[in-house]
Design a protein around this ligand. Structure first.
Ligand code: PLP
Length: 344
């Protein structure tokens, strides 16, 4: 696709923390895609999959269930292709997200949280449209062997580093598609499989961790994750536990403390799931250091923080949610040697 040809690869940022000089952390920055998040890759893959499978024609309306980044990225590609795009969003979705979907020409259908999938199927039938269904198709729409997928790109960018094969790649799961691509790619390349393990980090209010431990795919909970983009109330089809080597639960207060801490490291704001990722990476780096091991750990910046100024970066929101960041910030500073940035 021409969009792919116009796109540059995303940067891999190297972070060396004062107290961890022998264990560099690499951040693959997926926030710089034209539609603002790692979902740019997924949207491109889902469109290609739909087109090449004959399910998307020149007049096919595209329908998706998403309250966030996926709808924004799919609206972007629908606009490129001149296709109508409808996002089915749960009632109460943040106005900022709706604005971005509309900015790329998408329209919005609101439905109750429990009704969104039914509504999407009904719309697709009514309009003779195509329901993209990211939670089912994320894992199979991406070419996991290569084709510059996120794993291919990450490992190629690490090639000239002191530790070119990382000990861990850490990722959170929303659809589970990205961790599936990373896990399959490592298993496909024997030189990686020897050393690299995939760790998936899970926030509160998500069934992925318990399902990983028990292999129960029917688990369900009420409510939804505070960390946008990750953590699900049911086990999604694109979540593939067989290619994951380990999972870690990360408290939401720790995820949010980590993006505040990260602002002092990178001089920029990141989304909440990046905090979950980096907290997980630091946990593994602590284990490596305690064991006297050198090596590298890689994870992703999934999106930027500008989308969350009214939540993760708003002290009133943090307090209303009952989250106490202070103990996590203290531990981050003691462990890494970097404290919160104080402006002014
Ligand atoms: C979707 C998403 C994730 C998780 O990626 P998956 O490939 O769907 O598991 C993480 N962070 C953000 C911001 C996302 O939108």
């Amino acid at each position: 696709m021409a969009d792919f040809n116009r796109s540059a690869d995303t940067h891999l940022i190297k972070v060396v923390l004062p107290k961890l000089p022998d264990i560099p952390l690499y951040l693959k920055d997926e926030s710089t895609h034209p539609s603002g998040s790692l979902k740019h890759r997924l949207a491109r893959s889902l469109f290609l999959y739909g087109l090449c499978n004959g399910r998307i024609g020149p007049e096919t309306p595209i329908i998706e269930v998403s309250s966030g980044s996926t709808a924004v990225s799919e609206a972007y590609f629908a606009k490129l292709l001149g296709l109508q795009f409808i996002a089915v969003v749960p009632v109460g979705t943040a106005p900022q997200k709706l604005h971005q979907i509309r900015f790329f020409g998408g329209t919005i259908e609101e439905a109750e949280f429990s009704q969104v999938h039914q509504r999407a199927h009904a719309l697709a039938a009514e309009l003779n449209g195509h329901y993209m269904d990211q939670f089912i198709y994320a894992e199979r729409a991406t070419d996991w062997r290569g084709n510059n997928n996120i794993a291919d790109s990450l490992f190629c960018q690490l090639a000239k580093e002191e530790h070119p094969v990382p000990d861990w790649v850490v990722m959170s799961a929303g659809t589970g598609g990205t961790s599936a691509t990373l896990g399959r790619y490592v298993r496909y390349r024997p030189e990686l499989l020897e050393k690299t393990q995939i760790c998936v980090v899970d926030p509160e209010n998500s069934v992925f961790y318990d399902s990983y431990v028990t292999r129960d795919t029917e688990l369900k909970i009420e409510g939804s994750s505070r960390i946008e983009g990750i953590g699900r109330p049911r086990v999604e089809k694109s979540f593939l536990p067989e290619v994951i080597d380990r999972m870690i639960n990360v408290p939401d207060a720790a995820s949010i403390a980590t993006i505040h801490w990260l602002e002092a490291v990178l001089d920029r704001k990141c989304g909440g799931s990046t905090g979950t990722n980096v907290y997980g990476a630091l946990t593994l780096m602590a284990e490596m250091q305690a064991a006297g091991r050198k090596g590298s750990v890689a994870t992703l910046i999934c999106d930027g923080g500008e989308r969350y100024l009214g939540s993760y970066y708003d002290p009133a929101w943090i307090e209303a949610e009952g989250l106490d960041l202070a103990p996590h910030l203290d531990r981050l500073e003691a462990f890494t040697g970097i404290g919160l940035r104080h402006d002014g």
